[in-house]
Design a protein around this ligand. Structure first.
Ligand SMILES: [Zn+2]
Ligand SMILES: [Zn+2]
Length: 156
């Protein structure tokens, strides 16, 4: 895609907004129970960006929570609508990442086909979409990690 200078994206109520300045690394569906809880949905539909591609600006409207130790994922929801806004991921040895719920992305060019379903063993409903499904912790982490490395190295 032609990289626009900045696409303004926001949470459903618009209270939290941020600029996306580069294409995503990849998109995935996560069925883990934490994502179910955080998104109040059967699974999360998320788009992964390098943190350097997302300008958050004023973060005072975001309530960041850690659901699991060690804190690898900081899940931020809007203080006004309580819906997911952004998630920050800090994995050792990896560039910092920002995960944006697909719902919060206003520009279709920033929404690639989803690469995979992960933690599919935790699903609350079957999804019949022909996209690869990974079950269990290790295969799911590996699927996420390998899409990430591929996206970071070869671009998306
Ligand atoms: Zn909001
Ligand atoms: Zn998850």
């Amino acid at each position: 895609m032609n990289s626009p200078l900045a696409v303004v994206c926001h949470c459903p109520c618009g209270n939290v907004s941020f600029d996306i300045t580069a294409p995503p690394v990849f998109r995935a569906f996560c069925h883990c129970t934490l994502c179910q809880r955080f998104n109040a949905a059967a699974y999360a539909d998320v788009v992964v960006f390098r943190a350097s591609s997302v300008t958050l600006g004023d973060e005072s409207g975001i309530d960041f929570k850690v659901y699991k130790q060690p804190p690898v994922v900081y899940r931020g929801s809007c203080r006004q609508c309580s819906k997911p806004a952004v998630e920050k991921i800090a994995v050792p040895m990896m560039p910092r990442l920002i995960v944006v719920p697909a719902e919060n992305i206003t520009e279709p060019a920033l929404l690639p086909e989803s690469a995979c379903h992960i933690f599919y063993d935790r699903r609350v409903a079957d999804v019949d979409d022909g996209i690869r499904k990974y079950k269990g912790f290790v295969p799911s982490q590996f699927a996420f990690g390998s899409r990430l490395v591929k996206g970071l190295v070869f671009g998306s």
